[in-house]
Ligand binder design. Structure first.
Ligand code: PTJ
Length: 255
């Protein structure tokens, strides 16, 4: 085990890296996942490794969508399973969502390892192994979903989704909530709600907003959803990266 002193200026980042390494060792994360994490880290560094105002507003809009959904599903891949399994299980509980393992590089071994890993973190039912549904327009392995899971969902949270599939899920008419540190990635660009933040901060933040909105009326939830604009959010994130300025958001949470 690697010991990282808490006093290290980049403690969080090193800890995150270690979790991804461990994920690869346990057969949860793909080796490509290491590269994806490196890319994410570069953007996180440029964003100041914090949740910006606009990312916080996006997290709140995502929470409202999940609470309004008839059938919300949280999609889990090898990176997020290694980074924040307990946080995903908690969010699923708070908003009444299904968890479904859905992999870019799908193998049976990794599917099973991730299902077991989520169960170890308190998940009861985990979807993904049935794979009796398909996302139209995507090649075979990547198209596999559970017909009664993502296939039937009206709202899907897809952290770190690949651009093609993000687009195809959108074309199926699903509300898509994406977490991606790169505001210029295609998945962020096609999302109904792009959350430009590290998944490690974003998932607990969505949960916090969902708890806060738990007693809100449908009209109040619709107001949160309608008050959100994806284009403005992406532009704000890009400005935060390019100019190092904090973006506007709703100013509610700067903690
Ligand atoms: O487990 P699998 O087989 O489903 O594969 C998952 C990965 C992530 C490896 C796969 O989907 C992939 O290759 O993704 P990409 O195309 O590398 O895209 C990953 C995106 O996520 C990039 O835009 C990164 O900036 C972003 N990203 C990486 N780490 C994080 C992140 N965004 C938020 N939080 C992170 N920790």
């Amino acid at each position: 085990d690697v010991e990282v002193p808490e006093s290290h200026p980049r403690y969080e980042s090193l800890l995150t890296r270690h979790r991804i390494e461990e994920g690869v060792e346990k057969g949860i994360t793909s080796r490509q996942g290491l590269i994806a994490q490196g890319r994410g880290e570069a953007f996180d560094y440029l964003l100041g490794e914090r949740t910006t105002g606009s990312a916080d507003a996006a997290a709140r809009a995502a929470a409202a969508h999940l609470l309004l959904a008839d059938h919300p599903v949280l999609s889990v891949n090898g990176n997020v399973a290694a980074l924040c399994p307990g946080e995903l299980v908690e969010l699923a509980e708070v908003v009444g969502a299904d968890l479904e393992v859905n992999l870019f590089n799908r193998t049976d071994e990794r599917m099973r390892a991730i299902v077991d890993h989520l169960r170890d973190h308190g998940a009861e039912a985990v979807r993904g192994l049935t794979a009796d549904g398909r996302i139209p327009g995507i090649d075979h392995e990547r198209a596999k979903v559970d017909a009664e899971g993502i296939g039937d969902a009206d709202v899907v949270l897809v952290p770190l989704e690949d651009g093609d599939r993000a687009e195809a899920l959108g074309a199926m008419g699903k509300v898509e909530l994406v977490v991606d540190l790169n505001p210029m990635s295609r998945s962020a660009q096609v999302a109904t709600v792009p959350i430009v933040d590290n998944v490690i901060r974003a998932i607990p933040n969505v949960t916090r907003h969902a708890r806060d909105l738990a007693d809100a009326s449908e009209a109040e939830l619709h107001a949160v959803v309608d008050g959100f604009d994806a284009e403005t959010t992406l532009a704000a994130a890009e400005r935060a990266i390019r100019e190092g300025v904090d973006d506007e958001g709703d100013g509610e949470n700067e903690s």
